[in-house]
Design a binder for this molecule. Structure first.
Ligand SMILES: NC(=O)C1=CN([C@@H]2O[C@H](COP(=O)(O)OP(=O)(O)OC[C@H]3O[C@@H](n4cnc5c(N)ncnc54)[C@H](O)[C@@H]3O)[C@@H](O)[C@H]2O)C=CC1
Ligand SMILES: O=C(O)CCC(=O)C(=O)O
Length: 530
């Protein structure tokens, strides 16, 4: 039974998938302090949050069984990602579910600031009939500058055109072709500052975007511009904005987000007549909250159940078609890594993974992680290593990871070869997926073999001499070790050879010692593959 803690208000309907799952027990405890979370998080396998809970390193340290943190929304700035990655905790978000809702809120804010709606409302319900103070501007024929043309920014751009606005878009990933397709003009930040009548920001808050509109930009900004921020507090310098409004440079602003949330009661935005605010409501619709909760619950279930998942924030993204090609190799990759780690003597200095055949043309980042995790888990423990922290752990331990791609696959559609270089030796284990037969180890060091990577495997190196197979069989038989499968590999008659035995149970160290003492036999190792 997996235990899930929901620590922020999240749509009941959205998490019904978790509530109804027979292998999940779910607790809802919202509004907890960091200390309170630290005290209870050790009982949980998964934590589900929105934006209120700050998931700190302290909480993760206390979450001894914590495997996944799900964020029902886009921004994960309330989660210490580095700490999660170090601990192998997968962080997932729900990036698509609140796009339209936030885009619509942006429009609500843009229109509200253009037409002074909150200010007019307040006066009207206060008994005043003031029609002179609230003369607004149209959106039609105005220039809208969109900083950040991702999911939300693109939707804002599309809707702005319906209002008859000219849209200037800036995003480091916006190409001329994409801009043209969307009917927006690709622009620089400077173009937007100089030309836009309305500016809206839709980037994450990063060192690069922090205060991307600040004092310097306000000095050059088009007079009378209106600014909207429904992304993250801090992208626009709050202090500089107030000064620019007071100087008459900026006509008004609409903010859903703040550098510090909630803002202090004396925050200048809260009393400024030309600034309208909402309390981080961008994603707050029934539809969006259901969508993000459904998305994140689905992925959370996949992760807890050990199934393939998407939207991991602390792992490289992978396209669905690429994932479909890689997924069948995940288990093989980690078993090859584990096999190599179990037979190699000495501390690992380098893990080299060669992809041959069709895999050579695929972005294998996810598969690389499975191989590296397979190697490291042997040394560090499978509870300490997973695909999230594998690369981080390798780097921390100065283990070089080398990826080689080759189209020559020795007759297999695909072959994955893992070579471990230690300070003592170099060992290679290669494998493939055989159509209709499943995974196979196809090579160990220089010897071609055909071995199912499963259960207890005995790897014996010996001279290719008559009688050796019988001696091994007899010894194992007298020690009650049943041989299920046997493979012998050699390069030349009478030369060095290996024997790979599938055995039904673990082989003890004394038996391995007895095997090694047999004539013409050099080494016997047991490899466990699960
Ligand atoms: N107010 C609210 O309740 C909500 C806020 N958000 C926030 O809105 C923002 C945008 O969300 P999405 O569109 O879903 O994200 P996204 O990841 O689809 O788009 C962000 C875009 O910003 C661009 N970007 C990054 N650095 C940039 C820079 N220096 N200059 C210009 N563009 C840059 C990226 O290339 C990307 O295209 C995020 O910060 C998210 O957390 C999202 C949902 C609700
Ligand atoms: O959960 C929320 O309401 C905040 C949404 C948000 O800011 C995001 O998804 O980035």
């Amino acid at each position: 039974m997996f235990k899930v803690l929901v620590s922020d208000p999240i749509s009941d309907l959205g998490i019904s998938l978790l509530v109804e799952a027979s292998d999940i027990s779910i607790d809802k405890k919202t509004g907890l302090s960091e200390d309170e979370l630290v005290a209870i998080i050790g009982n949980y396998d998964a934590l589900l949050v929105r934006s209120q809970t700050r998931v700190t390193e302290r909480i993760m340290n206390a979450g001894k069984q914590l495997k996944v943190i799900g964020r029902a929304g886009v921004g994960v700035d309330n989660i210490d990602l580095d700490a999660a990655t170090k601990r192998g905790i997968i962080v997932i978000n729900a990036p698509d579910g609140n796009t339209i809702t936030t885009c619509e809120h942006t429009f609500a804010m843009m229109m509200a600031v253009a037409r002074h709606i909150p200010q007019a409302y307040l006066k009207t319900v206060g008994g005043e009939w003031d029609r002179k103070s609230f003369v607004g501007v149209e959106l039609r024929n105005k220039v809208l500058g969109v900083l950040g043309m991702g999911r939300i920014g693109s939707e804002v751009g599309a809707r702005a055109k319906a209002f008859g606005m000219e849209v200037l878009g800036y995003d480091p990933f916006l190409t001329e072709e994409r801009a043209e397709k969307m009917g927006v003009r690709k622009a620089s930040v400077e173009d937007i500052i100089a030309e836009a009548d309305f500016i809206t920001v839709h980037t994450p808050l990063t060192p690069e975007t922090r205060h991307m509109i600040g004092k310097e930009q306000f000095a050059k900004i088009k007079k009378g511009v209106r600014i909207v921020n429904c992304a993250r507090g801090g992208i626009i310098d709050e202090q500089a904005l107030v000064e620019a409004i007071n100087a008459g440079q900026v006509a008004g602003a609409a903010f859903d987000v703040f550098e510090e949330e909630p803002p202090a009661p004396d925050h200048p935005f809260l009393s400024h007549p030309k600034i309208i605010v909402t309390p981080h409501l961008g994603a707050s619709t029934i539809e969006a909250q259901e969508n993000v909760a459904i998305d994140v619950s689905e992925q959370l279930l996949h992760i807890l159940r050990g199934e393939p998942f998407k939207n991991a924030v602390n792992m490289p993204p992978v396209a669905a078609d690429v994932l479909a090609k890689l997924e069948p190799y995940f288990s093989l990759g980690s078993k090859l890594g584990s096999f190599a780690a179990q037979i190699a003597e000495g501390p690992v200095k380098e893990i080299s993974v060669t992809y041959a055949g069709e895999l050579a043309d695929v972005d294998t980042q996810q598969l690389n992680r499975h191989v590296v995790a397979g190697v490291l888990a042997h040394h560090l423990g499978s509870d300490q290593v997973n695909v999230v922290n594998a690369m981080h752990l390798a780097k921390n331990r100065d283990v070089n990871v080398v990826i080689v791609k080759s189209h020559a696959s020795k007759g297999f559609t695909n072959q994955v070869s893992v070579t471990l270089r230690t300070d003592k030796e170099e060992r290679l284990v290669a494998g493939t997926l055989l159509n209709g037969f499943g995974p196979r180890i196809t090579q160990i060091d220089k010897f071609p073999v055909d071995v199912e990577p499963q259960g207890h495997v005995l790897l014996i190196s010996h001279d290719d001499k008559p009688g050796i197979i019988g001696r091994v069989g007899t010894l194992l038989g007298t020690r009650d070790v049943n041989i299920a499968t046997m493979q012998v590999g050699r390069k030349i008659v009478g030369g060095a050879a290996i024997m790979v035995l599938g055995v039904d149970k673990g082989v003890t160290k004394p038996i391995l010692g007895e095997l090694t003492a047999l004539p013409d036999l050099h080494n016997a190792k047991e490899v466990q593959l699960y």
